[in-house]
Design a protein around this ligand. Structure first.
Ligand code: HSE
Length: 306
């Protein structure tokens, strides 16, 4: 009888510019590892990382609590969490722990849930950190590749990402607010102009077409957001310089990764990825901000660690 399951779930980037709360892409930059082990009773969290250990305030804890109730599981569960994804930088850190917990729970109790259900359960965890449920990061982290989230009812479409797609993600060394996603959602306008929504809809549709046609230029050229990025960019010192530098160095499209403050440059395997990374880093240095730039590929999503 299986009494323990370990799942690695990848980091992810949400929005991809115009696809706010709708698009996600799993990236192999970092991974969180969650091990669920059956115990006598209750839910406990074991970790060496600086994260809440009360299941009610922990993204993985919330997922396990909800799934345990929903499926009337009598066993207790120990949740062991090892964070590999920096928290609060727009890399889907909270989502990855939630995704890993949902996938591990499904396997441990042989529930055989479909993709939409797994994503929906993983979404419970996001509420803890963002204040509202949004499925873009969890969907990418659970399923891998490029995902499109439709809500009411939840329906997630996954498209395999082109194998020659590469991303340079600059993670600035900034002190981020505790509830960063909540804060950065607070600056987004409540109403948008019709002309702006048309620009974003057109770019978002072209991104989907780009992933379907494996057209990296179409994807990159369509990473343009005239609604959310302009409202959030003031929270990232040096953003416009980082973006301009990356585009000049050959990136096909640049935007904020998720709710930021990381900046993501889309490029190709054949691009000069080192040059793009250095250009991004220089952009941050112009405002005396240090950064770590990670060059990464699309990831396959949450998988068994064995
Ligand atoms: N779509 C979400 C946002 C992602 O931009 O607020 C947060 O990680």
């Amino acid at each position: 009888m299986v009494s323990s399951i370990t799942i690695n779930a990848p980091s992810s980037t949400a929005n991809l510019g115009p696809g706010f709360d709708v698009f996600g892409l799993a990236v192999d930059a970092f991974y969180d590892t969650v091990t669920l082990t059956k115990t006598k009773n209750g839910i406990s969290i074991v970790t060496d990382d600086n994260i809440p250990t009360n299941p009610q305030n922990n993204t993985a804890g919330l997922v396990v609590k909800n799934m345990k109730n929903k499926f009337k599981i009598k066993d207790g569960i120990e949740i062991k969490i090892k964070k590999g994804i920096p928290a609060g930088y727009g890399m889907g850190s909270s989502a990855a722990s939630a995704a890993a917990a949902a996938v591990a729970f499904d396997k441990l109790f042989k529930l055989k849930l479909d993709n939409n259900s797994l994503v929906e359960f993983a979404g419970y965890g996001e509420k803890a950190s963002a204040g509202t449920v949004h499925y873009d990061n969890v969907a990418a982290s659970v399923l891998g590749g490029f995902v499109i989230v439709k809500t009411n009812p939840l329906n997630v479409t996954k498209i395999d990402a082109p194998t020659n797609l590469r991303m340079c993600i600059a993670v600035p060394k900034l002190v981020v607010p505790k509830k960063k996603t909540k804060v950065s959602r607070g600056v987004i306008p409540k109403n948008v102009k019709l002309t702006d929504s048309i620009v974003n809809l057109s770019n978002a549709s072209a991104i989907v077409a780009g992933f379907l046609k494996k057209d990296l230029d179409l994807i990159g050229n369509s990473i343009k957001d005239v609604i959310v990025e302009p409202a959030r960019q003031h929270m990232i010192p040096g953003f416009s310089k980082v973006k301009a530098n990356a585009l000049k160095a050959g990136a096909t499209g640049v935007t904020i990764s998720g709710a930021g403050p990381s900046v993501i440059a889309f490029s190709k395997k054949s691009s000069n990825l080192k040059k793009i990374s250095q250009a991004m880093s220089k952009g941050f240095t112009s405002t005396k901000t240090e950064s770590q730039v990670v060059i990464c590929k699309p990831s396959k999503g949450a998988v068994d660690s064995k």
